[in-house]
Design a binder for this molecule. Structure first.
Ligand code: ZN
Length: 101
């Protein structure tokens, strides 16, 4: 008995059916995004909110703001741009700045 092909097997997605909130590698495989827990474990304390209007803002990650298991790119669904109030901005981890210059 062979095990199911459905488990552990990923299919490359054509561009038109890709999720704009997900990254894809060069072969078209979806890259699993970072969760808030993983981001915080790496020292991330804020999400960078990037809007089409060019506004870039940072929102602190506070306890209860988002479930620790939710993906950082999905946080934008609950946010609006601070400048133009457009909903659904892009969100990425705001990596802590390195010391020194
Ligand atoms: Zn905006």
């Amino acid at each position: 008995m062979t095990h199911s092909l459905a488990t552990g097997r990923r299919t490359p997605l054509p561009i038109h059916s890709r999720n704009p909130r997900r990254a894809y590698d060069v072969d078209g495989y979806e890259i699993t995004p970072m969760t808030f827990q993983q981001a915080m474990d790496k020292g991330v304390r804020a999400v960078r909110v990037i809007c089409d209007c060019g506004c870039v803002d940072e929102t602190p990650i506070y306890v209860g703001a988002w479930p620790s298991t939710s993906f950082v790119p999905d946080a934008g669904m609950t946010l609006r741009c601070g400048a133009c109030s457009k909903p659904d901005p892009q969100t990425v981890p705001a990596w802590p700045k390195k010391d020194g210059n």
